[in-house]
Unconditional design. Structure first.
Length: 318
């Protein structure tokens, strides 16, 4: 294999039998193994307390694993912590910069930790602050910035070492839709340019739209590790909420459709994805029920996620 191909074959991230038991006795990770290919846009999803932050904390040297290894572009977190850190850009969940510093200072100073000279750091900070559309606030203390701007600054800061792997831990939590879109525009752009992206999010629809591959973690275990396409194709059931007129309180029996009354004006219909909707409407009409409007009950991935968690026996997880 030519050298270039061989280096391409090394995964951006390879997690091998990683375990973490906190001093409290909580087993946050139970033998987690995972591979993320170079160039991937990878979603790591899971309910609160699943172990996502612990995993990300281990990759970014904030948490010590109990056992196992993680390799970033072939470098082990045990053998070459510094090398791993140089490959990674981390956007943590909590805003954790000094609110009295300016965005420009924050970016240039973090570059200093990586030994990047100021002559390179300054134009680089300008480039990313402009791309993330916060350049007009670059020289004001960050405490004057809105929440969405602070989140974008966290991304600009994570780009200062031009990482090959960008890890974002719930980066859009609480951010309004317009700013969220502009963040995604930036991140998909750098992913297209070759940066591998790992994203944890509660916005499952977002993962569905953005990510090519997905792992679902629950109670410290990987319960699904597949491509987004394959995961979605597993979903063979769709649910609709129907606003209706003429419902007399008796639910009609319709082949292949599970019908539930939510109230006298609202029914819920669950059926295979292949089911003909016209047949549903015709059957309802035959029972004197008119559908005035309808909508998908849930996002498909959301539904699958709930089912996986239930299958794993953890239905109570929030
Ligand atoms: P997630 O990011 O998916 O919400 P976490 O990795 O934060 O999950 O948490 C996984 C489990 O580990 C949870 O039960 C959590 O309470 C526990 N945990 C996280 N951090 C610590 C810590 N520093 N000390 C003890 N337990 C912790």
């Amino acid at each position: 294999m030519p050298a270039a191909d061989a280096s391409r074959a090394v995964p951006a991230l390879e997690v091998v039998d990683l375990r973490k038991t906190y001093a409290s006795g909580v087993q946050a990770l139970k033998s987690v193994s995972l591979k993320v290919a170079q160039g991937d846009f990878f979603a790591l999803l899971g309910p609160n307390g699943a172990g996502k932050s612990t995993l990300i904390g281990i990759l970014s040297s904030l948490v010590n694993p109990t056992s196992g290894d993680a390799r970033v572009f072939g470098l082990s977190i045990h053998a070459d912590r510094g090398g791993v850190m140089r490959q990674i850009g981390l956007v943590p969940q909590e805003i954790n910069f000094n609110q009295f510093e300016t965005p420009f200072e924050i970016c240039v100073n973090v570059a200093g930790f990586y030994g990047i000279p100021r002559t390179i750091a300054r134009p680089r900070a300008e480039k990313y602050l402009k791309e993330l559309r916060i350049w007009d606030k670059a020289f004001q203390p960050t405490r004057m910035m809105s929440g969405g701007m602070k989140r974008r600054l966290m991304i600009a800061r994570a780009m200062m070492n031009e990482p090959r792997l960008l890890i974002l831990d719930e980066p859009t939590a609480g951010v309004d839709i317009e700013i969220r879109r502009s963040m995604w525009h930036f991140i998909t752009g750098i992913n297209r340019a070759g940066t591998t992206v790992i994203l944890t999010t509660h916005y499952l629809e977002e993962a569905e739209q953005l990510c090519r591959n997905i792992a679902i973690i629950d109670h410290g275990e990987i319960v699904e590790d597949t491509s987004m396409r394959r995961l979605l194709s597993k979903l063979d059931v769709q649910s609709f909420v129907l606003d209706v007129m003429g419902f007399d309180g008796t639910l009609p029996q319709i082949d292949g459709v599970k019908l539930v009354r939510l109230d006298d004006q609202t029914l819920e219909a669950e059926m295979p994805s292949t089911h003909d909707l016209n047949a549903l409407f015709a059957a309802l009409t035959a029972h004197g029920i008119t559908v005035t409007s309808m909508r998908n009950k849930t996002n498909r991935l959301e539904e699958l996620f709930v089912r996986l968690v239930e299958r794993n026996g953890n239905g109570a997880a929030a």
